[in-house]
Design a protein around this ligand. Structure first.
Ligand code: ZN
Length: 287
């Protein structure tokens, strides 16, 4: 069954800024809002901007497309990228705020950039259904798309991928726009996992916060890259350990087990962003 899409409402929600009209304000220079928001929101803004930069640094971007969202602490509003900026350009102050229905409740003054409402629907469906989720990341990386098109899905070929054994959802492709019905199926397919392969589409991870969601994305992306590389040798040339070893590995890396992966790593990730993006010609991420 094919979903339908209301193009007029998408244009309206996107602030009408879909055509690249030269007379509109498409400046990528945004004044700081640090003094206008709570300390908690500023931290969420800096972490989210850093996460966009990390997804770029690890080569998981797709021009101006895709989204990473984070809940503004204590609210039902979410921070999201303006539609039109590359991830290298995203700063803490450039992030728009949206509610669960995709209404833009705040965006930088004077800008004609809006948000990509159609893309946000995947995120809002999960934020609405999973109160334990603070952040959602969706990518169209080459390796992620490649594995999403494989009949077998993610294979337990590496230690990285074994952590997802029994802990990853699959959602069949139904077209680029999500109907309310499909949103239910998407949420059902994710279940209580924090990772999902959108078949013939890409990858999705989530977590209580950005540190956990980014770490899961990194593990999933590297698993997919390794699988694509290994399968280039042919399906008969690869091997996987016995099921009990796969199960043990998944247990060791259970985020509810020994530790929640991502939190110890996050300060190091911030140092990486700091070192690799300071003075690189793009705006400072935490500005
Ligand atoms: Zn997508």
């Amino acid at each position: 069954m094919a979903n339908t899409i209301d193009f007029d409402s998408v244009r309206k929600l996107s602030g009408g800024a879909l055509d690249g009209d030269a007379e509109r304000n498409y400046s990528a220079d945004f004044p700081s809002v640090r003094d206008q928001v709570s300390a908690e929101e500023w931290k969420a803004r800096c972490d989210l901007a850093a996460c966009y930069r990390l997804v770029d640094l690890y080569d998981m971007t797709y021009l101006i497309y895709n989204h990473i969202t984070v809940r503004v602490p204590g609210t039902d509003e979410f921070l999201i990228n303006l539609y039109g900026l590359t991830y290298k350009e995203i700063t803490a102050s450039s992030l728009a705020k949206v509610d669960l229905d995709g209404n833009v409740t705040w965006k930088p003054e004077g800008t004609d950039y809006g948000i990509n409402s159609a893309g946000y629907v995947i995120h809002s469906a999960i934020h609405r259904a999973r109160r334990d989720v603070g952040s959602v990341i969706h990518t169209h990386s080459t390796a992620g798309m490649a594995v999403s098109a494989m009949t077998a899905g993610l294979l337990p070929l590496t230690q990285n991928s074994m952590r997802f054994n029994g802990r990853i959802g699959y959602h069949d492709f139904e077209g680029p726009a999500l109907s309310p019905d499909e949103q239910q199926r998407l949420v059902g397919d994710l279940g209580d996992s924090n990772a999902m392969i959108l078949r013939n589409h890409g990858l999705l991870t989530c977590g209580p916060g950005i540190p956990e969601a980014f770490n899961t994305l990194y593990q999933l992306e590297t698993s997919c890259r390794a699988q694509v590389a290994a399968l280039a040798a042919g399906p008969d040339a690869v091997t996987a350990p016995p099921q009990d070893v796969i199960d043990l590995t998944a247990k060791v890396f259970d985020p509810k087990g020994i530790r929640t992966y991502g939190r110890l790593e996050w300060p190091a990730m911030l140092r990486k962003v700091e070192a690799e993006t300071r003075n690189n010609g793009y705006p400072y991420y935490a500005s």
